[in-house]
Design a protein around this ligand. Structure first.
Ligand code: IPE
Ligand code: IPE
Ligand code: MG
Length: 229
């Protein structure tokens, strides 16, 4: 029997790491690393569309990132706002649907309003889903999902899964982390149960559509077994 062609990736998630180190290497302030990181986000979203991904999930701000200095948190918020203002029209016109995972309502009201408007503006789009993880932590997500599931009936993997922030997305196929760190940092712990993992030695600001294409090629060579033989 010939081996079945591997199914193409539908849902890719990225832990966008290494902005600080990118800046440090160049003796620049961290905020410039984050600024260049936004350009990499733009390239990744365009790449995901061109490669025909159904969903791209990007880790932008974790529940633990509040522990960074106030100035850095506020720089990240400003960059997020600027990105939505500058890029929403392009992505909306290209059929991208914006979704947020995580408890983004904890952000300042102006950010929440901008995000809500961006979600509403793209809600009927049927192209690539761009899920941005904002104030996201996997443990928080699972706790929220379990609470909701328990209110409705018995807790099972299925009833918890149905309440996760990612419930309306395809299963996670490939989880990428840039910067060379090899850890999940509280990202998609549940969804990663059978995802393929790829740790890339590129700092996030240097990430290009070509890196994404290479990652999908690597994914296509993996054999997924799901516990079978
Ligand atoms: C990732 O880059 C961006 C966010 C966490 C928001 P870092 O800021 O973590 O960069 P490093 O890890 O210090 O290089
Ligand atoms: C994970 O990166 C969070 C995001 C990319 C948003 P961190 O840089 O915050 O993770 P740690 O601290 O290295 O684990
Ligand atoms: Mg980091």
């Amino acid at each position: 029997m010939t081996k079945a062609e591997p199914a193409p990736a539908r849902h890719v998630a990225i832990i966008m790491d290494g902005n600080g180190r990118w800046a440090k290497k160049r003796h620049l302030p961290r905020v410039l690393g984050h600024q260049r990181g936004v350009e990499a986000v733009r390239r990744a979203v365009r790449g995901a569309r061109e490669l025909g991904l159904e969903a791209l999930t990007l880790y932008a701000f974790s529940t633990e990132n509040w522990s960074r200095p106030d100035e850095e948190v506020s720089d990240l918020m400003s960059l997020m706002k600027r990105f939505i203002l500058s890029d929403l029209e392009e992505f909306a016109a290209a059929g991208v649907r914006l979704k947020i995972i995580g408890d983004y309502r904890a952000f300042k009201p102006d950010v929440v309003e901008l995000v809500d408007n961006a979600i509403a503006r793209t809600q009927d789009n049927i192209g690539t889903t761009l899920a941005v993880a904002l104030n996201y932590g996997s443990r928080d997500e699972i706790a929220r999902a379990a609470t909701k599931a328990a209110q409705k009936g018995p807790i099972t993997p299925e009833t918890i899964g149905a309440e996760l922030d990612t419930a309306d997305m395809p299963p996670l196929d490939l989880l990428i982390r840039t910067s060379g760190e090899v850890r999940l940092s509280n990202f998609l712990l549940w969804q990663a149960a059978y995802a393929e993992m790829l740790f890339m030695d590129v700092l996030w600001p240097d990430f290009t559509a070509e890196h994404l294409r290479e990652a999908l090629e690597t994914f296509a060579m993996r054999e997924r077994r799901y516990g079978g033989r």
